[in-house]
Design a protein around this ligand. Structure first.
Ligand code: ADP
Ligand code: MG
Length: 269
């Protein structure tokens, strides 16, 4: 383990704070202004949904707050540390220690077991093998896949694969989980199932920032930020919908309309 950055002693009440964040991409002789000065902050333990039309800068914003990309201008403080001043290695270390990522396409290794997929971030963090296995098992239990640790992603449904990806994101015990359209490839019921997991993680104090196109999905967050043309247009707090209750309703509806689809052993709601 390398030493802590000297700034990390400062405890800020915000987990994320940005000042006039901008990102400009150069495409040939064209300049694309993907972010045009975003000043914002996110409290620890918040569940934020980011919405906005395609091309509005959501992924660019997520990549910067996830330390995967650097801003062209402005400042970014993560957990009190001025991230804009860090080099590549320091960014990689912060990512590994503090952030878990979940993507629309799951991004799992297809021919590798669920367990090994989940162990991967711990491998990068130099955690000993036995400890890696124990923690990966625990994370898979937590997402309800304790019985499938040796399955490969290509033997799993989309919802199961996304749960493996969530286990991989939480195995390092991050403060922050970033999810870019995590339900984009899932049907409604499976999407809500995945949202129950995010809400459970949120209840344990993890901060979650999730990009979605769907208002229903954003309804499960406690705050919604809407972006347009690289700027924050709307930022509102709300009473989050309860994903567990929504899931029960969705299942009851399906049982009514398609009783034959209930999986063997699945309790009729
Ligand atoms: P969203 O996630 O909201 O769809 P993005 O952040 O992906 O939006 O993109 C914002 C703008 O930046 C878009 O106009 C997009 O075409 C442009 N953009 C994103 N990534 C790149 C890149 N790597 N190179 C050039 N332009 C990019
Ligand atoms: Mg995007």
């Amino acid at each position: 383990m390398s030493k802590e950055s000297p700034n990390s002693a400062h405890q800020e009440s915000y987990l994320i704070r940005t000042e006039h964040l901008s990102r400009t991409y150069t495409m040939g002789d064209q300049q694309v202004h993907a972010l045009r000065g975003v000043s914002n902050h996110i409290d620890r333990g918040t569940f934020v949904a980011i919405m906005g039309p395609s091309g509005s800068g959501k992924s660019t914003f997520m990549n910067i707050i996830g330390c995967l990309d650097k801003p062209s201008g402005g400042k970014y403080f993560l957990d009190g540390v001025d991230v804009s001043s860090l080099n590549r290695d320091q960014l990689a270390e912060i990512r590994n220690k503090k952030i878990g990522f979940v993507f629309q396409q799951f991004n799992l290794l297809a021919r590798t077991s669920a367990l090994e997929n989940v162990e991967l971030p711990l491998l990068y963090a130099d955690v000993p093998a036995s400890e890696r296995k124990r923690r990966a098992h625990e994370a898979l239990e937590r997402v309800g896949l304790g019985g499938r640790v040796h399955h490969h992603p290509n033997q799993m449904s989309g919802g199961q694969q996304q749960r493996v990806a969530i286990a991989r994101a939480l195995v390092t015990q991050p403060k922050l989980i970033l999810a870019d359209e995590p339900t984009g490839n899932l049907d409604s019921e499976t999407s809500i199932e995945v949202m129950t997991l995010f809400q459970e993680l949120w209840k344990t104090g993890i901060t979650i920032v999730l990009v979605t196109h769907e208002p229903d999905i954003a309804g499960f967050a406690g705050r919604v930020i809407s972006m347009k043309d690289g700027r924050v247009r709307i930022d509102r707090r709300q009473e989050p919908a309860d994903a567990r209750a929504a899931l029960a309703r969705e299942r009851a509806l399906r049982a009514q309309e398609h009783p034959e689809e209930l999986a063997p052993g699945e309790p009729a709601p």
